[in-house]
Write a protein that binds this ligand. Sequence first.
Ligand SMILES: NC(=O)c1ccc[n+]([C@@H]2O[C@H](COP(=O)([O-])OP(=O)(O)OC[C@H]3O[C@@H](n4cnc5c(N)ncnc54)[C@H](O)[C@@H]3O)[C@@H](O)[C@H]2O)c1
Length: 428
Amino acid sequence: MKIAIVGLGYVGLPLSLQFARNGVEVIGLDVDARKVKSINAGRSYIAHIEAAGIRQMVQSGRLIASADFARVKEVEAVIICVPTPLNKNREPDLSYILNTGRSIAPHLRRGVLVVLESTTYPGTTDTELREVLEIGSGLEAGKDFHLAFSPEREDPSNPASRVAEIPKVVGGLTSGCRERAAALYGRAIRTLVPVSSCRAAEATKLLENIFRSVNIALVNELKVVYGVMGIDVWEVIEAAKTKPFGFMAFYPGPGLGGHCIPIDPFYLTWKAREYGQATRFIELAGEVNTAMPEHVVHRVMEVLNEARKPMNGSRVLVLGLAYKPNVDDDRESPSYRLLDLLKRRGAHVGYYDPHVPVIRPTREHAHWAGTKSVEWTRETVAGFDVVLIATAHEAVNYAELGEWAQVIVDTRNVMAGYPNAKARLHKA
Ligand SMILES: NC(=O)c1ccc[n+]([C@@H]2O[C@H](COP(=O)([O-])OP(=O)(O)OC[C@H]3O[C@@H](n4cnc5c(N)ncnc54)[C@H](O)[C@@H]3O)[C@@H](O)[C@H]2O)c1
């Protein structure tokens, strides 16, 4: 069996490897020539994916990367894993999906299966994507070719998370489409969860991410409320967690980050408007979570004030630039917002992140591009008035931090494990 996977990013690359390991021939298609070159040379560009695994699959002949979409002619199935961001007005940007659709459509053969994996609002697969595929190919979906949606459930920083072990939801345009998609994924994934339609599958993914966004907002709100009451929300969550039913722990932080949780819920908000429906939980969670960086910076200001220091002119080190522990992924990271807010108030800011030695150029944070992580030495750390822990990477030596830093503002409760630290400890 030969398939094409379009978009060799955080989702598409591990999926390609998983199929290749299971004996499927995979052509990885990407518009980014550097990624294509890296894969064919057996190199990895994602920290948690080892080059050896890529090399092995490339050498076995089961994985090849290409920028030539005409190769879609060779395959039985095409899986699309391209980005679905929001545009500058915070509206869904389907351009990556639709451009992919336009690129593959002229090469689709009769009987081929096309599956979309990118997170999006219900209706994208059976309306927008279907339309570009049908126009470009002259074929009819559900009759001449199969069309399905199967959301991705990658958990990048979790070593226990194996693509093969994560159950996969599959919805098709017709029951035939769904069966074809289930047969495809059955080659590489142990448990499949068929649902009645592409829309149900699209809606499932949104429920999962909205659930996280709303619950994180709830604990963020409680963090502020309990904080004012002199109650430590972390202690409360640990206690609540002992309830053996009906409770699931979520943790507060400096704000939302990553490609999914801050973005995906607003795909539904946008679509719901077309139906005259309001999505109040999503909007409220968005508001609460977006206000977190301001709250944290305000705490830093209070802590400096206690030491009779103004923020203007103080030196603040943000610890952790990636949006979650143990990864190098800084997309939508609240650390950037913290750096911006601190700098706007006159603080001299630096960051330390063992996984992000230098800030890569991006459209959103162009002004930070080229900034380097400070060195991890006693002298450097002690030279900052405050260290603000934004991400709890395991590779950081917190015992040294507690020894070296003057003052620590901790948004992740990591310093709870170091009660004898010399630094003054505050939570935020
Ligand atoms: N990263 C995650 O943990 C995660 C989890 C769940 C869902 N998702 C969803 O999966 C989708 C992909 O996310 P990702 O994290 O892999 O993104 P990514 O940015 O890491 O990768 C996307 C890849 O697609 C390529 N690409 C863009 N336009 C293309 C085109 N027209 N043709 C071919 N290739 C193109 C890019 O060059 C890039 O390599 C998104 O919808 C995202 O919301 C991601």
